[in-house]
Design a protein around this ligand. Structure first.
Ligand code: PMP
Length: 417
């Protein structure tokens, strides 16, 4: 059931892609942290649903009834997926960025926000107007917990929120979420978990972690683009102005007044992405029933990847923390003397391997850990096979040993081996 979808479209997963030589090879997608290809079960479910999508909450016709039921039922699926408390609200958004911006617009005035400076930009940037304390991320997890403790102790009285990623999108390392949540509690602070990278790899329990909010994206969870969610305590969200003004968010509009909904619809104005939401829910159900297999697959392939990378000279892995802890299957590194964009272009054109290069929407983290350069990122997922990793390792060895064989140029001519 957890097989990613196989299709004949030449640019999707597990199908053949052309190389510069004119040959074709099976595409090795090692960029799951950016977006994970659709699971076969998700695709089948969406296919079945497509004839029935219609306007939710707005029509009496059968298709509207089906859509409304699917949409509302998915709130429960997502609630279960993160083991939320019964009173927690589930608001559908476009993605994690949208969910974090919604939360940022909903915190009470004068909320103090505490976060690490190495967060993804989606978590780092939306807090304009709040009293933001950015902590320079310490080099080990214990110190990270103490740093949050000290930052919270320094906050003025009033509401406080800690924003924390569950897994780094740059290094794959897991953050000490439960420990930081416990510290947040001692200071009367709430905590929001950015689970964009954690949710595809590990079961999440809001109750066990004692976390107040969690945000995630469907397209990183093996569903197509377009749907994400914010799940958590409803009081701030009920009190906040609607995220978007428009139909669906209102109870009643008169010539002089608007009565806004209090429930999740308050922040979901406009016709929602019912197909995307359904796909997100099916993906959650698929993962939730298969965590042991998902984690075992990842550990095995990650061990293979790490063994192979350790043998390649001139590689420096990016790590937030010096201490070893659990991590997901995402590794970023630099290659001495080789520009990341160029390495990524060679991997694609010569070997049919897709990786990410750049600074991963986490500029502070990436540039600090590389001392100012961009990096390459390899990220594993359910579609990854041992053959993909072998091919990647072989390719990288060749690129490191004999990169001058290939000349690729950006339009400005700036790439050189
Ligand atoms: N947070 C983290 C940790 C991420 O990795 C990402 C996506 N790269 C986001 C937030 C933003 O997700 P989206 O682009 O789906 O809004």
């Amino acid at each position: 059931a957890l097989e990613p979808v196989q299709t004949s479209v030449p640019t999707t997963l597990n199908t053949r892609v052309p190389l510069v030589t004119g040959e074709t090879v099976e595409y090795a997608n090692l960029d799951h942290a950016a977006s994970a290809p659709c699971l076969g079960a998700v695709r089948a479910a969406v296919d079945e649903f497509l004839p029935w999508y219609a306007s939710v909450h707005r029509g009496a016709g059968f298709a509207s009834q089906v859509s409304t039921k699917v949409y509302e039922r998915t709130r429960d699926v997502v609630r279960r997926f993160v083991d939320a408390r019964p009173a927690d609200t589930v608001i559908f958004t476009r993605n994690t960025t949208d969910a974090l911006n919604l939360l940022a617009r909903s915190v009470p005035r004068h909320t103090s926000v505490v976060l690490f400076d190495t967060e993804h930009h989606a978590a780092l940037l939306p807090w304009r107007g709040a009293n933001v304390r950015r902590i320079e991320t310490p080099r080990n997890r214990l110190a990270a917990v103490s740093a949050v403790d000290s930052a919270l102790a320094d906050c003025p009285p009033g509401p406080r929120l800690v924003v924390l990623t569950g897994a780094s999108n740059v290094t794959g390392e897991l953050l000490p979420v439960a420990e930081i949540a416990a510290v947040a509690r001692e200071h009367g602070a709430r905590i929001a978990l950015d689970a964009a990278q954690l949710a595809p790899h590990r079961a999440i329990s809001l109750r066990q972690l004692d976390v107040d909010y969690v945000v995630l994206s469907g397209h990183k969870l093996y569903a197509p683009f377009g749907a994400g969610a914010l799940i958590g305590r409803s009081d701030w969200l009920r009190a906040a102005p609607p995220y978007l003004a428009g139909g669906g968010a209102t109870k009643l509009v008169t010539a002089h007044d608007v009565v806004w909904n209090a429930g999740p619809e308050r922040h979901e104005a406009g016709s929602p992405n019912t197909v995307g939401v359904y796909a997100l829910g099916v993906a959650c159900e698929q993962l939730a029933g298969n965590w042991d297999a998902v984690v075992a697959h990842e550990h095995e392939l990650l061990a293979q990847l790490r063994r192979g990378l350790a043998d390649i000279p001139g590689l420096s892995e990016l790590r937030l923390f010096d201490d070893d802890g659990d991590r997901v299957g995402t590794i970023s590194f630099t290659v001495e003397g080789r520009e990341p964009g160029w390495v990524a272009a060679v991997l694609s054109a010569e070997y049919g391997i897709g990786v990410r290069d750049g600074a991963f929407c986490a500029h502070i983290a990436t540039f600090r850990l590389t001392s100012g350069t961009q990096a390459l990122r390899v990220s594993l997922g359910l579609g990854t096979t041992a053959e993909h990793i072998d091919r990647f390792l072989l390719a990288l060895r060749q690129i490191v040993a004999d990169g001058a064989r290939w000349t690729y140029a950006k339009p400005d001519g700036s790439w050189a081996p």
